[in-house]
Design a protein around this ligand. Structure first.
Ligand code: NOJ
Ligand code: NOJ
Length: 626
């Protein structure tokens, strides 16, 4: 079968791509037709991945958004706080635009998140200090995930708060202020407390790879805290943490390096910092009524536009992405996370290529709203690429020239050209995976039916159609302190009972150091598993990986600190595993430990230390780790 695909640079014939397609598009659709059809597919694609009735995710509890139905290569059958919040924000916005059938998803989400906030996990607990809220992902029934991961991730609570606040504002304008205050606000308040307490602490970025400070995270945190302060005032409640907003905004300014926005700072990644992080942030804080010079760094911001160009140009390089070869400077390309990316070979992502389009539609909407477009020295190179006559000046729609509308038309066409790239690589059944191959024919790669990819299509299509989410920016431009300070406000946390959270109480957890001498082959690892949920309920998939940083030939030590409930008697054991498709090797003994009392207010103190010797068979070298 040969299909014809429309790309920005022309019409190219490609060999059969993708799978059997229930909804064949025989002819290459024009962009409008493609978008109107795909928007419906995308919204349904996201809903298919949400419990309890999502058709692709059986077994998922109500209100949990699964990242992708893919259970292997990669296994994305989990619920991530970030992906869920961004997807539910899209669903709340669609609800506000009139799709009332979506309300049950939102109600389920509120309940699911209230419960999830109380789940003790490897990042910590809700009580007393909120640390558990930074956990990035859980099983799809809302239980904890114990394996090694880039944790904590501090964008999740902020993004969830933003989503819930958008819905709360709707409740307030629709006579349900009491529900907003009594049911939803307690969930939001925990997330804002967390944000106000930990915004200045390092954590992992949205790609779960770099530990440090991340632009996307800081930008979302500012929006959450500012909006939180406003909402609290409306509801007549206290927001603990929201007073930190000006400091967070102050910190946000420090990501600009004079040329572009550095995605990660205070990190050790050694990367250039050119990263789609910095365009996904602005589109998720987009406010059509905001000013372009707002310190919140809106899409039309001159630094944002300069950054956009630097980032996109990093992907124009055909030796990085062969499918971008020959695309002119004025036209959109396939865009990935960051040029150094190697995950699945480092390819373009749908949600980022679509995000680039959304970014530009957002900027156009802002210039239209303001009836003004200022090109300054910083943003000039961005404009020059698509409008050679651009000069440093302020363009207005009034007067006799047509330059203002010409520039807007050029930026809109530029946005469309990114969508056309995504269209080219969208299989005929409209399914969107995470990535598409950087090499022709640009086939889909990594997780299939990625919820976030679908959500990104919907938000892009909304902006293109002139549908904007509610405003949130201060009407008086926010100012920052003369001197940024590394402040924090200690949060107040409590289970959101009215939304259905269980009434958890402060448990002082006892830190136990598990230590076992176990000789292993290079590439072989040791895991801890036991009978309690904290220890993985004897499910090896949910075991804890031990650390080997003190391992020597004479002293083959594997260890891990785990927080356990004081007074509990636990059974546990170790397992060895080499990642060469060999089975786990289990100990032949069952161990018991009585967890000692905790030390109140000193949760870093190790109250027990095991000194175990491996009891069980030895593995054999699988030879795949060398
Ligand atoms: C590495 C990827 O780069 C990261 O983004 C991903 O979340 C994890 N692996 C897990 O799939
Ligand atoms: C990997 C991405 O890097 C991360 O941002 C995302 O949360 C997970 N996949 C799940 O989609």
């Amino acid at each position: 079968m040969t299909r014809f695909l429309n790309i920005a640079a022309g019409i190219v014939a490609l060999a059969a791509l993708g799978s059997a397609s229930p909804r064949q598009r025989a002819e290459p659709a024009g962009l409008d037709a493609f978008i109107s059809e795909e928007r419906g597919i995308a919204l349904q694609g996201a809903l298919n991945n949400i419990g309890p009735n999502g058709s692709l995710v059986p077994g998922t509890s109500a209100g949990f958004v699964v990242a992708s139905p893919s259970k292997a290569n990669p296994d994305y059958f989990y619920t991530w706080t970030r992906d869920s919040a961004l997807t539910m924000k899209t669903i709340v916005d669609e609800f506000l635009f009139g799709d009332t059938s979506l309300q049950t998803y939102i109600e389920d989400y509120i309940h699911a998140q209230a419960v999830l906030q109380t789940v003790t996990n490897p990042s910590g607990t809700l009580l007393p200090s909120g640390t558990g809220l930074g956990e990035p992902k859980y099983y799809v029934d809302g239980t904890r995930f114990n394996a090694a991961w880039g944790r904590p991730q501090r964008d999740g609570p902020a993004l969830r708060a933003i989503t819930l606040m958008t819905y709360s504002n709707w409740l307030i304008s629709n006579g349900q202020e009491e529900k907003a205050r009594d049911v939803v606000w307690p969930v939001i308040a925990n997330d804002l407390s967390y944000t106000g307490q930990y915004w200045n602490a390092t954590g992992f970025d949205l790609w779960e790879e770099v530990s440090g400070s991340s632009f996307f995270t800081t930008q979302s945190q500012y929006r959450a805290l500012f909006e939180g302060g406003e909402l609290a005032e409306t509801l007549g409640v206290e927001c603990t943490g929201c007073d930190e907003a000006p400091q967070v905004l102050c910190f946000l300014q420090s990501y600009w390096n004079g040329e572009y926005i550095t995605a990660n700072i205070n990190d050790q990644s050694g990367r250039s910092g050119r990263d789609a992080n910095t365009i996904l942030g602005p589109i998720s804080v987009f406010d059509v009524n905001a000013q372009c010079d707002s310190l919140t760094v809106q899409p039309c911001n001159p630094r944002g536009l300069a950054n956009f160009k630097v980032l996109i140009d990093a992907f124009r390089n055909a030796s990085l992405y062969p499918i971008n070869e020959g695309i002119p400077q004025s036209s959109g390309v396939a865009v990935g996370r960051y040029p150094e990316d190697v995950y699945y070979g480092g390819n373009p992502w749908y949600l980022i290529t679509l995000g680039a389009a959304e970014y530009l539609y957002d900027a156009v909407a802002q210039w239209k709203t303001q009836a003004s477009l200022t090109v300054d020295k910083t943003s000039l190179p961005f404009f020059k690429d698509i409008y050679a006559a651009a000069r440093v000046k302020t363009y207005k729609p009034t007067g006799n020239g047509t330059e203002f509308s010409d520039i807007l038309a050029k930026v809109t066409a530029y946005a469309d050209s990114f969508v056309a790239v995504a269209q080219t690589y969208t299989p005929s059944n409209g399914s969107l995976s995470e990535q598409f191959n950087k090499t022709a024919p640009g086939n889909p790669l990594s997780a299939h039916d990625l919820t976030w990819s679908y959500a990104s299509f919907v938000t892009m299509a909304e902006r293109r159609a002139g549908q904007y989410p509610p405003s949130w920016e201060p009407s008086v431009p926010a100012e920052v302190p003369a001197q940024c300070a590394a402040s924090l406000t200690k949060g107040t946390y409590s289970p959101a009972l009215a939304a259905g959270a269980p009434n958890v109480t402060t448990t002082c957890m006892s830190k136990v150091l598990f230590a076992v001498n176990a000789s292993t082959y290079y590439g072989e690892n040791v895991y801890l598993v036991g009978n309690t949920t904290d220890l993985g309920s004897w499910n090896i998939r949910n075991s804890h990986p031990l650390q080997s940083s003190n391992y020597t030939e004479e002293n083959p030590l594997w260890f891990l600190q785990v927080d356990l409930t004081a007074g509990e008697t636990v059974s546990y054991g170790y397992a060895k595993h080499e990642d060469c498709n060999q089975p786990y090797i289990y100990e032949t003994t069952n161990r018991t430990l009585v967890v000692p009392a905790c030390v109140e207010g000193a949760d870093d103190v190790v109250v027990a230390r095991t000194s175990d010797e491996w009891e069980g068979p030895d593995g054999s070298s699988g030879g795949c780790a060398s």
